[in-house]
Design a protein around this ligand. Sequence first.
Ligand code: GDD
Ligand code: MN
Length: 375
Amino acid sequence: MIRPAVELAAAARPTSPLTVLVPTCNEAENVAPLLHGLQAALGGLPEARVLFVDDSTDGTDALIRKLAPGLGIEVDVLHRERPSGGLGGAVVAGLASARTPWCVVMDADLQHPPELAPALVAEGERSGAQLVVGSRYRAGHRAGGFTGPVRSLISRLCTRLVRMAFPRTLAGISDPMSGLFAVRRDLWESAELQPEGYKILLELAVRTRPSSVAEVPYSFQPRHSGESKAGYAEGMRFLRHLTRLRMSGTRGRMIAFTLIGASGMVPNLIVTWALVRAGVHYLLAAILANQAAMLWNFVLIDSVLFHHRRSGRGRRRLARFAVLANADLVGRIPLLSLLVREARLGPVWATGATLLAASAARFVITDRALYRPAE
Ligand code: GDD
Ligand code: MN
């Protein structure tokens, strides 16, 4: 008889100690069935334990503490009085306090089958992978747990988007949005994680670039009780997270910096046009328009691209940025005349070349001096 892949996977037993890490936010109605599921799954594994990282206000933590003693498995609760980073922040806090060589991250609402926790670790041991992802998109399962076609569609679109953004890193991960995965200690300790909301697996995969990843298929179950906490705000957070991850390398930052700089053309031309129409001399208009473009660039660069490296007062950052943006003019003019007279470039090509060179120089100064990374 051919057994389905899920059943096969669930039968595997690991030998390494492991922690099942469960982030909880108001899951009082789910923790009892979850704990019973985990009791069955982990029973007989002497070095398996459960760690809840709880941000609830409904007494979920107290309930877990009440239920835990009768179960015969070790259960800890880390309750965060001042939660930060949402679901991802909770997972990172749990990883930091876990003591075992493996952690399995799993939702509390029984959308992830508890019996898969040991199976994921067993698969990691068998394959040598540092990261084992529970995948809803592999053959041998149904992803029936989405509440309605809209959520299912959104999830699929996000998966597409994410895979397009990181084609190489995510080549071996069919479900990069999964909330169910096992991770080996050397991997999670190798990166400084900056979680932001739900997509902690994505954060982990992109920041650590694991050399090998395994997958275990499973069927996504309907939520046992209560509602998903993901909504519009979480969606926006996801887009911000994705942008930030994409820009985390120097090359990505430089491309974004150049694009932002180029987008400054728009306010520049609008202001020039308006001023000239109002009768201002075109040279004065050009200088003023340059300041408008500079402000536009500053807002985008300061609030998006280098948001995480900001220090000191906003006014001071703006002043330094303005000096750099205008110094640019001073530096470009001699370079321009050199290119036209010595290299015999046409003035338009020469201007284009000086703009690119100035943008690269501004990027290096901005990246290394104005928004210096923390040591
Ligand atoms: N500690 C903590 N803090 N836990 C949280 C927080 C938080 O701010 N927000 C959510 N959780 C917990 C929930 O209590 C639950 O155990 C788990 O994280 C997942 O939350 P849900 O609200 O049920 O998420 P979902 O079902 O919409 O999304 C899940 O599936 C997605 C795939 O479709 C998550 O696993 C996502 O990471 C995953 O991408
Ligand atoms: Mn859920």
